[in-house]
Design a binder for this molecule. Structure first.
Ligand code: GLU
Length: 495
């Protein structure tokens, strides 16, 4: 599909989160693909809150979902969004966009199905249903309602309702039919209706189930394409049936492959940090995370991996989606994030690192030294993978070093050689101009000649106390003359 030049009111995609917990990377990936498609097609991106499972509701979660969308800069055209005061708000003509505020609508539509005989009241008790399930389990049968209430007489129904017997409303799945539909990613799908359960549409608490609400809402909100996780593919035949009952044209279905952990299993909390907030807290940039997620289940026609949002919008197409599960490769994310970190100016990076720096200084009772911090940012910029890494190396610059003297030795160096090397680099350092790492480097190299490792390794360890660190020239630049000399002298004493 080519991108139209003007706004296309036919293309309407939605992200429909359930506020039952933190939004994880899989959810954000789903939102991203829907958003990219909407932007690519100049259509509309809607957000609808699916809060019909009142038992699993988490009030704070709704807000957090939108904070995450804002952080990722996925702007909402219609539906629920966070206003300037960070309050939940709605916009659009086809609302309300929160399902718990749409109960009257569901009531009206369920009545249509009851009237047409495509839905029925079911008074079976939870105990009875449990027994059926247990029996089916013991016989290795899939769990299914046994349709006992399918043919209750209107009179019986009326009496039971009058008596106040609790009920649900189920869909009457026709027998011996085949439901066919095409998914844009998974292709043609055909399912026998005899394998489809008489799904509950309205629960005892009067709330619709997901299956009923999603169909009614997607239709009334004029959704053109449903982007959602592969998990929902098995539910789609039920939805298709509901569209058929109502005589509505179903939207196009675009099921996205699962996001898998590194063990190739579906991503779960047990596999560590999967909530978007965890990534944010560790200091992954939203631009990097978005770029990374865009490649989970989709690829552009080229091998290009680093793409700005504008490029992603331009390149995104349903044809580029895959059906194989997409593995979350943390190493790749680190690499990608480091690429984005390098693009930040030192000032931007410093501002973003404050969140990690402040607690570090507080915890260690250190005075913040902004000159030194600026220099640290400059040299660590190309070394960190995520913002939180910045604190890992701060000890080197701010605390007394604690290392084993053996570390000072380059290869098989003797203690005498080591002493000589350190005495020489001490002299050079004491006389050198440390205000520019490059000048200092040239200066040292001119004086040590070919014997680089032998001098530079001990100098670097003397300044950092670490097996790995920035170069000795950069370290000396940050530490300044006094501290550098002190550290080299300490190293000589250690021998
Ligand atoms: N509320 C569902 C979820 O959070 C949305 C499924 C759909 O997009 O249809 O997974």
């Amino acid at each position: 599909m080519n991108t139209p030049k003007t706004k296309n009111s036919e293309i309407r995609v939605r992200f429909a989160p359930s506020p039952t917990g933190a939004i994880h990377v899989g959810n954000l990936r789903t939102a991203l693909f829907a958003w990219l498609f909407a932007r690519n097609q100049r259509g509309s991106f809607l957000v609808r809150v699916e809060d019909t499972d009142q038992k699993r509701l988490d009030q704070e979660a709704t807000k957090k979902i939108f904070e995450t969308l804002n952080w990722a800069k996925l702007d909402v055209d219609e539906g629920i969004f966070l206003d300037k005061n960070s309050e939940i708000a709605q916009k659009g003509e086809l609302g309300p966009y929160i399902q718990s505020e749409r109960l009257a609508i569901y009531k009206k539509y369920i009545q249509k199905l009851i009237d047409s005989g495509e839905a029925y009241y079911c008074f079976c008790s939870a105990e009875r249903l449990k027994k059926i399930r247990e029996k089916q389990q013991a016989e290795n049968q899939p769990p299914m309602y046994d349709k006992k209430c399918r043919d209750l007489k209107p009179k019986e129904i009326e009496e039971k309702i009058k008596k106040g017997e609790p009920y649900v409303i189920r869909m009457k799945v026709p027998e011996n039919e085949i439901i066919k539909f095409t998914d844009k990613v998974f292709g043609n799908i055909a399912v026998e209706t005899n394998t489809i359960d008489d799904q509950v549409l309205i629960k005892t608490d009067g709330f619709p189930t997901y299956h009923f609400a999603v169909v009614v809402d997607d239709h009334l909100m004029k959704i053109s394409h449903i982007f959602r996780g592969e998990d929902w593919l098995p539910s789609t035949p039920k939805h298709i049936l509901l569209y058929k009952f109502f005589g509505w044209k179903p939207p196009k279905f675009v099921h996205l492959p699962n996001v898998l952990g590194e063990n190739k299993k579906k991503l779960s909390k047990r596999q560590g940090d999967v909530s978007v907030k965890d990534f944010k807290d560790k200091g992954y940039l939203p631009t990097a995370l978005i770029n990374f997620l865009s490649l989970l289940g989709w690829s552009p026609k080229s091998d290009q991996e680093l793409m700005t949002k504008a490029e992603l919008i331009e390149k995104f197409s349903i044809a580029g989606l895959h059906k194989a599960g997409a593995i979350l490769n943390y190493q790749k994310l680190d690499w990608m994030n480091s690429q984005y970190l390098k693009k930040e100016t030192d000032e931007e990076l410093l501002a973003k690192c404050q969140k990690y720096l402040k607690p570090y200084f507080k915890k260690n009772n250190l005075k913040e030294n902004s000159e030194k911090i600026k220099k640290i940012i400059t040299i660590e910029k190309s070394r960190i993978k995520k913002l939180s890494d910045i604190t890992v190396n701060l000890d080197i610059y701010f605390k007394n070093l604690d290392y084993n003297a053996e570390l000072l030795k380059w290869k098989e160096m003797t203690s005498e050689d080591l002493r000589k090397a350190l005495v020489l680099v001490l002299k050079i350092t004491a006389e050198a101009d440390l205000s520019d790492p490059e000048i200092f480097q040239k200066n040292i190299l001119a004086q040590i000649g070919e014997a680089r490792g032998k001098h530079l390794w001990p100098l670097r360890v003397a300044l950092s106390g670490q097996e790995k660190s920035a170069s000795p020239f950069e370290l000396a630049w940050v530490l300044g003359k006094e501290e550098s000399i002190k550290r080299i002298k300490n190293a000589i004493e250690k021998i």
